[in-house]
Design a binder for this molecule. Structure first.
Ligand SMILES: [Zn+2]
Length: 343
């Protein structure tokens, strides 16, 4: 199948990540995308340059002020003086009154909900092209292709309309799902990353035209912590169009695939006409962020179930970090998906 990618997505290269008070190497490295790209090319997929569709599809999902913040954030950080090699906030918004301040340090804290989304000198380019890779995939689906892989990096599903979170800046899957609505009346997001896609849920929570379904580790003691519990089902027009299936740490393929079966049933019941898969490979047992017992066979089972929907399907890359099985799991998932499409 076609693999959409733009090498400018590699330009976001954060060095440091704070985990439990310890500065470690940031897990979301450009090398992830190169490993995935090269393994999939070697397995016969067709690398395709992402086309530019401009910022309007991004601003259709994200607040304009948030999108435009990244246009100048790095330059303003450098101008501030005494700044380090990553722009990371040491102040964050509170639960109470929040005003957008003028200065870069305060604005970073306003738009950034954690320390996992530092801005570097290449972040602006990387997040723009990661979003374009999703938008271009959605465009191709609307033009009649029925299976595309958008190798988005940085990932997107933790980003809400107006804030970054969990390595994510622009919500590539949500942007693609909204973009698909130009042609498809009802769109499903199927999120199988080990972390809940709370940004995606938030964006569509009150909408009845996009269903969000997700299987993930119970957020009560695991990121993203603050949303995507099973009792969140949507509000207003979106009531019933959010489905969160949580897993205990240590869950295995049987548990995950049972969750995906429920998500597939909900997607059919919803009457979806196109699917965006938030495709994380960080459920894998050997992923550095994993809390599950999940093998390559599990990814094959996931691909079989999603492809059995027999709907136009856009695969959007989310998590999956530098563990030994990362590229092999991607190869197996895409190989299964393509074989199912041919049958
Ligand atoms: Zn993840």
């Amino acid at each position: 199948m076609k693999i959409l990618f733009d090498k400018r997505q590699l330009l976001h290269a954060p060095e440091t990540y704070f985990r439990q008070g310890v500065a470690i190497k940031h897990p979301e490295q450009p090398e992830r995308a190169l490993l995935l790209r090269d393994a999939l090319i070697a397995d016969g997929h067709e690398l395709t340059q992402t086309s530019n569709h401009g910022s309007a599809p991004i601003k259709a999902v994200h607040n304009t002020d948030y999108v435009e913040f990244y246009d100048t954030a790095w330059d303003r950080w450098v101008e501030y003086g005494g700044a380090g090699t990553i722009a990371v906030p040491n102040y964050h918004i509170s639960h109470g009154i929040n005003r957008l301040p003028k200065g870069i340090v305060g604005q970073l804290g306003y738009y950034t909900t954690d320390t996992a989304c530092p801005v570097t000198d290449g972040t602006k380019e990387a997040i723009y092209w990661s979003a374009q890779t999703a938008i271009d995939g959605a465009n191709r689906i609307m033009e009649g292709e029925n299976l595309i892989y958008s190798l988005c990096r940085p990932p997107g599903h933790h980003a809400s309309r107006g804030n970054s979170n969990g390595f994510c800046f622009f919500n590539n899957a949500a942007i693609a799902a909204h973009h698909l609505r130009q042609k498809h009346d009802r769109v499903a997001v199927i999120d199988i990353d080990t972390h809940a896609g709370q940004g995606t849920q938030d964006i569509f929570y009150d909408r009845g035209d996009v269903i969000f379904t997700s299987v993930h580790v119970d957020p009560s003691d695991y990121p993203p912590f603050f949303a995507c519990y099973p009792d969140e089902r949507g509000i207003g027009d979106g009531l019933g169009a959010s489905l969160n299936i949580t897993l205990d740490k240590g869950s295995n393929e049987i548990d995950v695939l049972a969750g995906i079966d429920q998500m597939i049933a909900a997607t059919i019941n919803f009457g979806a006409q196109a699917v965006v898969v938030s495709l994380g490979f960080d459920m894998a047992t050997d992923d550095p962020l994993s809390e599950l017992n999940f093998s390559g066979d599990g990814f094959v089972g996931a691909a079989e179930r999603i492809m059995a929907l027999n709907l136009p399907t856009l695969l959007v890359q989310e998590g999956g970090y530098l563990g030994p099985s990362l590229s092999n799991n991607a190869v197996r998932f895409l190989r299964t998906a393509e074989a199912a499409r041919r049958n």
